[in-house]
Design a protein around this ligand. Structure first.
Ligand code: SAH
Length: 229
């Protein structure tokens, strides 16, 4: 019974990925593979519809992003998530994207997540432990920290890829500083109207910034302001 049920769940996760492929959101084989490997159902609350293409409440005024947003960010960062590379996921929430990054950079790389709600860090660790990324957590190439992600996480910097899962009023300088030349930062910027910005650090240390698409994320803010709502 358990095996049958598990089988059909994995099948539904695969269907979600196939849908994102046929609608053109996922173009790369690597992104399809990692989203098939990390079952989204392990990262959403138990009563939720894990494969529906919409964001979902995870408590503490936070949400897990919609599958098409996860896919979009993975597509934008794919070339910066090669085996051995270093990635940082700011506002790691459920841990879903940190787990995807960890699979992509592999055991020789580093996938760091920073989240400022300790309860979410705790549950994200449990989520990852149930997932295909569990061995990477055990081995220490995937780590999830409690902290203010606006300061980045200097320990494994500079990063090839930085993702921010919450909208910043402006790009935090610490994140630009912790980006490797040749590296890429993907960050929603704005208040009510937000753009998903792609920041590339050039070999000379200067940055090029472009807007990819309009988005709607929860704010990158202080813990107190977030809990106040
Ligand atoms: N990518 C995550 C997104 C979670 S929502 C997912 O799909 O699960 C954004 C997250 O950013 C929330 O969990 C929120 O608590 C966190 N956050 C907001 N401001 C932050 C800050 N200054 N430092 C760290 N995390 C922050």
């Amino acid at each position: 019974m358990e095996r049958l049920w598990t089988g059909s769940r994995i099948n539904k996760n695969k269907k979600m990925v196939e849908h994102l492929q046929s609608s053109g959101v996922i173009r790369s084989k690597k992104v399809a593979e990692v989203m098939e490997t990390i079952d989204r159902a392990l990262f959403v609350p138990e009563d939720a519809s894990p494969y529906m293409d919409s964001p979902m409440q995870i408590g503490y005024n936070a949400t897990i992003s919609a599958p098409h947003m996860h896919a979009t960010c993975l597509e934008l960062l794919e070339n910066h998530l090669k085996p051995g590379m270093h990635s940082l996921d700011v506002g790691s929430g459920t841990g879903y994207l940190t787990a995807c990054f960890a699979i992509m950079v592999g055991p020789e790389g580093h996938a760091v997540g920073v989240e400022h709600i300790p309860e979410l860090v705790e549950s994200s660790l449990q989520n990852v432990q149930k997932s295909a990324a569990a061995p990477l957590l055990k081995a220490g190439s995937l780590v999830l920290h409690t902290g203010d992600g606006r300061l980045g996480w200097p320990e494994h910097s500079p990063y090839d890829a930085i993702h921010v899962g919450a909208a910043a009023p402006e790009i935090p300088q610490a994140l630009i500083d912790q980006l490797k030349p040749g590296g890429r930062l993907v960050i929603p910027v704005g208040n009510i109207f937000q753009d998903l910005q792609v920041v590339d650090k050039n070999p000379d240390g200067s940055v090029s910034i472009r807007s990819e698409t309009s988005v709607r994320y929860v704010p990158l803010t202080s813990r107190e302001a977030q809990l106040r709502g």
